[in-house]
Design a protein around this ligand. Structure first.
Ligand code: NAD
Length: 343
C-alpha cells in the first residue's frame, strides 16, 4: 500500500493499521485532524472491501469529512473514522469488537469511535468493555435524528432568509425525499412552522404517516423531483443531485439531511447555474454529531439543541459570504473550515 502521497496531500495526521491474530481483526483508523480536539467518527464494518487500499481510501475520505463537519459546527473535536474489514467466513463478533476496542484504546484517546454503517449500539456496548473512547452508547445521547432534523430546519430558516427573503416558513413549500428517522422529524418541525409538505419514500407506510399527521402530499420519486416548490430537502441516500435531477428540479433551495447529496462536485456548479441555492450537506446535517459530542462533557439534551440551533447562523454566514464573493456555498464552507484549520 502506498498511502503517503494521499496522506500528505490531504493533510492527514495518520493512518493506523490495527490487527489482532486471535480474532482476525483487520481495522484501519484514519485520523485527519486533532487540532481542535480528539478525532471523532464512526466505525464502518463491512465484508466488501476489496483490500486494504480500498478500505484506506474509504476511511481517509470519511475521516476528512468528519473534520470538516466538526470544525464548521465549532465543536471541540477533530475528524477521524474507522473501518473494520470483516472476515468473509464465520467469526466471533463479540471477540472481534472487544479486540477492536483494545485497538482503539491503544490510540490513547486521539480517536473516539461510535456506530456507523454495519455497526450497532450493541457492537459499541462491546467496544466499551475494552475502551472508554466510545460514544453513542445506549441510554446516553440516544437517537440523533430529532436533533439532526432540528438543525436542518434551522438551516432551512437561514436559507429562506438569505435566498428567499423570508422571515418565517409559513406557507413555504418543501419537498422531502425520504421520510425515515430524520425525514419524519423534519416533517414535524416544518409542519409546526406552517410549511406545506410534499413527500416521497419507497416505504409507503411512512409516507402515509406523514399524510395523516401533517397533511403532506404523497408523490412518486420522479414526481417529487419535478414538483415546483421553494425547498427540496434530500433525506434519503446520497447522490440525489445528479445529471438527471438537476435538469428537472423546480425549487430555489436544496437543503436536507442526507450525506453526500452532490453525486460529484460538478453538480454543485450545475445547481448554481440553474439558480438554485445549495446548502452544503455537512453544514446543515451536523446536529447528529453535535448531539453525540455532548456525551463527552456529560450529556445534556438542552445544550445539544442550543448548539444545533446555531446551525442557523453558520448557514446564514456562509450563504451571505457566497453572495458577496460569488463562490458557491459548498466552496465557502470548505474555505471557512480551512481558514480555521490552516489559516
Ligand atoms: P433512514 O434509513 O431512517 O431513512 C432513510 C429513508 O429514505 C428511509 O425511509 C428509506 O425508505 C428512504 N429511501 C431510501 N431510498 C429512497 C429512494 N430512492 N426514494 C425515496 N426514499 C428512499 O435514515 P436517516 O437516519 O433518516 O438518515 C437519512 C439521511 O441523513 C442519510 O443520508 C444519513 O446519512 C443522513 N444523516 C442522518 C443523521 C441522523 O442523525 N440520523 C445525521 C446526519 C446525516
Amino acid at each position: 500500500m502506498n498511502a503517503f502521497p494521499q496522506l500528505l496531500e490531504g493533510r492527514f495526521e495518520g493512518l493506523h493499521l490495527l490487527s489482532d491474530a486471535r480474532t482476525s481483526l483487520r481495522a484501519l483508523v484514519g485520523i485527519h485532524s486533532t487540532k481542535f480536539g480528539p478525532a471523532l467518527g464512526g466505525t464502518r464494518a463491512l465484508a466488501t472491501y476489496a483490500g486494504e487500499e480500498d478500505a484506506a481510501t474509504d476511511v481517509l475520505r470519511l475521516a476528512r469529512g468528519m473534520t470538516y463537519k466538526a470544525t464548521l459546527a465549532g465543536l471541540p473535536l477533530g475528524g477521524g473514522k474507522a473501518v473494520i474489514m470483516l472476515p468473509r467466513g464465520p467469526f466471533d463478533r463479540v471477540a472481534l469488537f472487544e479486540a477492536f476496542g483494545r485497538a482503539v484504546d491503544s490510540l490513547g484517546g486521539r480517536y473516539i469511535t461510535t456506530e456507523d454503517s454495519g455497526t450497532s449500539t450493541a457492537d459499541m456496548a462491546v467496544v466499551a468493555r475494552t475502551t472508554r473512547h466510545v460514544v453513542g452508547l445506549e441510554g446516553r445521547s440516544g437517537d440523533p435524528s430529532p436533533v439532526t432534523a432540528f438543525g436542518v430546519v434551522r438551516g432551512i430558516e437561514a436559507a429562506a432568509k438569505v435566498a428567499l427573503g423570508r422571515s418565517d416558513l409559513q406557507g413555504l413549500k418543501v419537498t422531502v425525499l425520504g421520510v425515515g428517522n430524520v425525514g419524519m422529524n423534519l416533517c414535524r418541525e416544518l409542519h409546526q412552522r406552517g410549511a406545506k409538505l410534499y413527500v416521497s419514500d419507497i416505504a409507503r407506510e411512512r409516507v402515509q404517516q406523514m399524510v395523516e399527521a401533517y397533511g403532506a402530499v404523497p408523490l412518486g420519486e420522479a414526481e417529487l423531483y419535478a414538483q415546483e416548490a421553494d425547498v427540496f430537502a434530500p433525506c434519503a441516500l446520497g447522490g440525489s443531485i445528479n445529471d438527471v435531477t438537476v435538469g428537472v428540479l423546480r425549487v430555489r433551495v436544496v437543503a436536507g439531511a442526507a450525506n453526500n447529496q452532490l453525486l460529484e462536485p460538478r453538480h454543485g456548479a450545475a445547481l448554481a447555474r440553474a439558480g438554485i441555492t445549495y446548502v452544503p450537506d455537512y453544514a446543515i446535517n451536523a446536529g447528529g454529531l453535535i448531539n453525540v459530542a455532548q456525551e463527552l462533557t456529560g450529556y445534556d439534551r438542552e445544550k445539544a439543541y442550543a448548539r444545533a440551533s446555531r446551525i442557523h447562523d453558520t448557514i446564514e454566514e456562509l450563504l451571505t459570504r457566497a453572495r458577496k464573493t460569488g463562490e458557491r456555498p459548498e466552496q465557502v464552507a470548505d474555505h471557512m473550515v480551512e481558514e480555521k484549520l490552516y489559516g
